[in-house]
Ligand binder design. Structure first.
Ligand code: SF4
Length: 326
């Protein structure tokens, strides 16, 4: 069953140079208890999509122009603004890339976690402390009681991100949106945080939207994947299908550029030549056409629409790649 259904979402930013179409007709679903990965290069609209779902787009300069964000069947874009804080945190929580900028440096961890319990649950004093220690234990923080009196600068990057996850989990949300949660962390801590998120999904049935540009993270963690390019969804399917039989040339390019063990030093890692087009005046036709080796004349004229190529596998391409022989 779909917990979250995003339908034809369009978000723009009004700038001095014109209107930037950051998210342009994006649709996807998140099923209860599943992890959906949203992947793509920087500037493809992944974070703006997440912020739009949470209704955190600063207006102005941003604006959600159209679309629907159905949360348990109810359109969040039509919900009264006063009601959104009840849904944010309690039902849908979000963690960001850099925990240092998300935590307030002048308050202790206990003060910041306690504020969540105070505001959301009217919980204070010993009962709040007990709950905080319990949740910190869940996210693998040792000496939890002692941590409550520490300031963010006294903790490592990995620990700060665990605190952020703990803060998000305080309210036992049904959906956790994690925007590049491991990018600022070293590889070992990254693995621990991903393991933790997977554990939380299994233990509490929390659905997760994981935004990342790292296909390795997707392979390890996700059930389903949405690939975004230049503000649009270009491919959407199950994680196994994505790695075994990607159908969009952009997805193929992302997969080819993964560093693999055993690659000879003499062989350069393949890259996708060129850059994501400006979303001020996106090109006509397929937005990937200038970087695509398969492009034909039609690609520069007609926009490819997202279409089903096999069960639950959608691709926006005039010439989808063949399925490799099994
Ligand atoms: Fe390449 Fe054309 Fe497909 Fe775009 S529509 S990805 S240019 S083949």
């Amino acid at each position: 069953m779909a917990l979250l259904e995003v339908e034809d979402l369009c978000t723009v930013f009004h700038t001095e140079d014109g209107v930037v179409h950051a998210v342009d007709g994006v649709s996807f679903q998140v099923e209860a208890g599943k992890i959906l990965g949203i992947v793509g290069e920087s500037g493809c609209g992944k974070s703006v999509t997440a912020m739009s779902v949470m209704r955190l787009i600063p207006d102005p300069p941003g604006r959600i122009e159209s679309g629907r964000v159905l949360w348990k069947g109810r359109d969040l874009l039509a919900v009264d603004a006063d009601e959104m804080p009840q849904i944010r945190g309690r039902e849908i929580a979000m963690i960001f890339q850099d925990p240092m900028t998300s935590l307030n440096p002048v308050f202790t961890i206990g003060k910041q976690l306690g504020e969540v319990l105070d505001r959301r649950f009217d919980l204070r004093g010993a009962a709040a402390d007990e709950r905080m220690v319990e949740v910190l234990g869940h996210v693998g923080i040792a000496d939890a009681e002692q941590r409550l009196s520490q300031y963010p600068h006294e903790l490592s990057g990995g620990m700060k991100q665990r605190i952020m996850i703990a803060m998000a989990l305080m309210c036992r949300p049904d959906l956790l949106i994690a925007d590049e949660p491991t990018t600022a962390l070293d590889v070992t801590v990254q693995a621990q945080i991903l393991h933790l998120m997977k554990q939380l999904q299994q233990e509490f049935g929390t659905a997760i939207v994981l935004i990342t540009h790292d296909m390795g993270v997707v392979a390890e963690t996700c059930d389903d994947v949405v690939v975004m390019y230049a503000g649009k969804v270009v491919e959407s399917c199950g994680v196994f299908e994505l790695f075994v039989a990607p159908r969009h040339p952009y997805t193929r390019g992302l997969l080819d550029s993964i560093l693999r063990p055993g690659r000879s030093k003499a062989t350069p890692v393949p890259t996708i030549e060129g850059v994501v087009p400006s979303l001020l005046q996106p090109p006509a036709g397929c937005r990937f056409a200038d970087r695509c080796a398969r492009a034909v004349a039609q690609c520069h004229q007609d926009e490819p629409l997202l279409a089903t190529v096999s069960d639950k596998h959608l691709v926006a391409c005039h010439l989808p790649l063949e399925v490799p022989p099994s």
